[in-house]
Design a protein around this ligand. Structure first.
Ligand SMILES: [Zn+2]
Length: 340
């Protein structure tokens, strides 16, 4: 193996969460995953407007290229700025030169009208040719009606559904709620508390850093017969890091495991975004072999090509000024944090 690989794929990201870093602490310390959702993410997402979403996505796309990631599968939520939000994300990624498949995560947390508007945003975006999935936040925040409608819309549009499944114990009913709705082109994120014989179809998205950070437990994705792909769940798009964490987490329960399963999960991202296979990343290390990468912490991309165009070279993105993007993102983060 040489120092060149195809562009890496982050199979589960939340580009809207890039501005969360440095946000003011929640009013009280969250003691479990449900409280983390309520006190951090569900306070943050309602405060987002389109300008914040734009610079959050720009920053996320820049950081993706800085990590050798050329393709992002995004899952978006902004209950007070739904209409047009998926275009803003798609345009931001295109400007930086990163591929994206986005989705609006519908939920009934803000009443049936919120779910309906979310569904309409998915439909509008995909019908206009936007690259994406129909998004569902999770079964535990949606009515049966919303789950059925989202599955039906995805089927009609010929795309899959991107959904969080059994990330925490509050969503253990997911396999029952989603029974009969899923298909092979669905993306099922986390699946920490999903039984081995869950009966759901789709690719399971494993997010090792996020699961550790939220204390939800180890998904042990090797136990599933479904294909598995790797994501970050919004904490950057460094897939080399995600691979390393997936590997050591598997080692923590099975010390006989080598890095090949975790590497195959990373490679499965190319089944979701095949175009990234044609992208080219030249790395600072050779050979880019799973056994080497697992134990070499300082690997970084030297050059990234997307569609034969150099979009990152000598530590810099070529289409946009990364320093300017960071400055704009900081301004928007200040606005966002002031709202919190
Ligand atoms: Zn997620």
């Amino acid at each position: 193996m040489s120092a060149v690989t195809p562009g890496l794929v982050c199979a589960h990201h939340h580009l809207y969460s890039e501005l969360a870093r440095g946000m003011p602490p929640p009013p009280k310390v969250a003691t479990n995953f449900q409280e983390i959702l309520e006190q951090v993410w569900w306070r943050l997402d309602v405060a987002l407007d389109l300008e914040m979403i734009r610079w959050s996505a720009m920053l996320g796309a820049v950081e993706a290229l800085e990590s050798g990631t050329t393709a992002i599968v995004d899952h978006h939520e902004s209950p007070n700025a739904i209409e047009g939000s998926l275009d803003v994300i798609a345009e931001a990624c295109a400007e930086v030169g990163v591929r994206v498949l986005t989705a609006y995560g519908i939920t009934d947390r803000h009443g049936p009208d919120g779910a309906k508007r979310g569904l309409e945003e998915n439909e509008r975006f995909i019908k206009a040719g936007g690259p994406g999935y129909v998004g569902i936040h999770a079964a535990f925040t949606c009515s049966d009606k919303s789950l059925r409608e989202a599955a039906g819309l995805a089927h009609d549009l010929g795309v899959g559904v991107h959904i969080h499944v059994a990330e925490g114990i509050g969503d253990v009913e997911a396999p029952t709620r989603l029974a009969g709705l899923t298909a092979d082109n669905w993306l099922l994120s986390h699946c920490v508390h999903l039984p081995d014989d869950h009966g759901l179809s789709g690719i399971i998205l494993h997010n090792p850093r996020s699961n550790l950070n939220n204390g939800v437990g180890y998904a042990n994705p090797a136990r599933f017969t479904n294909p598995v792909a790797l994501g970050t769940d919004g904490i950057g798009a460094n897939m080399i890091e995600s691979f390393r964490l997936a590997y050591v987490m598997q080692r923590s329960v099975d010390v006989t495991a080598g890095p090949d399963p975790a590497w195959s999960w990373l490679e499965n991202g190319w089944n979701i975004m095949p175009e990234a296979r044609g992208d080219e990343v030249t790395w600072s290390y050779e050979p880019m072999d799973p056994w080497h990468i697992a134990f070499t912490p300082s690997i970084r991309p030297l050059e990234v090509k997307v569609n034969d165009e150099v979009v990152f070279k000598d530590g810099k993105t070529t289409r946009v000024d990364a320093a300017e993007v960071r400055a704009k993102a900081r301004e928007q983060a200040s606005r966002l944090h002031a709202r919190l």
